[in-house]
Design a protein around this ligand. Structure first.
Ligand code: ATP
Length: 295
């Protein structure tokens, strides 16, 4: 019986390992599939970033030709400034981020960084210049150190730690039994949404890209966590060109410009003060969030 049990038990372990490996592969292919949709132009150049001036010029886009999503979207993020995008679910906010990272190409108009159309540069140089802190960070089934160092392969432990300190996750990491060697992800330590987002911020700080996209989590964090993440974001975005897709208006108060999107169009724009004075959609969203409701 024991003789039979051991191989069966062993097979169980192997089965679980294979199943996990397949899940990882599926995820990887999912990512690759997305990346394969766009090819580099044959004469693609390396993106030359001078100061990180970002422009969307009359951008139109549809995932499916029968259903246009973005209509004539124009805005710019001057070097080192933060522009925030707000609006109801489905307005097209995250689509802007996907186009900037070139998961898809624009259908009309163009997107430029320091005057270079992003379709004319290599994707690797484009993605090197942009850091994304996504809504839901996917962590690899590997150590905390690996997950942070992924932002800059080859980074030293000291550099990883410095980034983790700046993202306010270092104390948490060293409180776990194996510290930076702790395994995370599905097979390791489970992290909360806020902790995962801090790992993503640390990863991005380490990568130190000139352009930053921050896709704020829709899931509600408690207010202490939310304030902490906002402070970390502010330090990550200092002196960087940042596009922030915001769900909580408290994040956008200090933005250089706020774009209010609806149905794939910019329907209002201005600073926080200008938009409040305009007493339009933004002012209504603000009043609603101040009273504890949400749009
Ligand atoms: P949220 O605040 O809920 O994240 P959003 O403003 O970021 O919303 P987008 O994710 O940009 O909205 O989506 C804009 C529209 O595009 C939605 O109607 C959505 O259904 C559609 N859409 C998004 N991704 C795809 C896709 N891969 N294929 C087809 N349609 C899509």
């Amino acid at each position: 019986m024991i003789q039979l049990y051991i191989p069966l038990n062993f097979l169980g372990v192997i089965y679980r390992e294979i199943k996990q490996a397949l899940t990882d592969l599926e995820k990887m292919f999912g990512l690759l599939e997305r990346e394969r949709e766009i090819d580099d132009a044959p004469d693609a150049a390396v993106l030359q970033v001078h100061d990180g001036h970002l422009r969307f010029e009359h951008v139109g886009f549809a995932y499916d030709p029968a259903r246009p999503i973005l209509h004539d979207v124009s805005f710019e993020v001057p070097p080192g400034k933060k522009v925030a995008v707000v609006g109801p679910s489905g307005a097209g906010k995250s689509t802007l981020a996907r186009l900037l990272f070139r998961f898809y190409d624009v259908g009309a108009g163009r997107i430029t960084i320091d005057g270079q159309d992003i379709r004319s540069v290599t994707q690797s140089s484009l993605r090197q210049a942009i850091g994304i802190v996504p809504q839901d960070t996917v962590l690899f089934n590997d150590t905390v150190e690996y997950n942070i160092a992924y932002g800059r392969p080859g980074a030293s432990r000291a550099e990883v730690e410095a980034a983790a300190r700046a993202a306010h996750i270092h104390n948490f990491i060293v409180s776990t039994p194996l510290g930076y060697d702790t395994m995370v992800g599905e097979r390791g330590l489970k992290l909360s949404g806020g902790e995962k987002q801090r790992i993503a911020i640390a990863r991005t700080l380490l990568k130190n890209p000139p352009v930053l996209i921050f896709d704020e989590a829709t899931s509600a964090l408690d207010s202490a966590n939310e304030r902490a993440i906002q402070a970390e974001l502010a330090s990550a975005a200092r002196n960087k060109t940042a596009l922030v897709i915001a769900h909580r208006l408290s994040t956008v108060v200090d933005a250089h410009e706020i774009l209010v999107m609806e149905g794939g169009r910019i329907v209002e724009r201005g600073t926080h003060a200008q938009l409040l004075a305009a007493a339009g959609r933004y002012a209504r969203m603000w009043a609603l969030q101040q009273s504890g409701g949400s749009e």
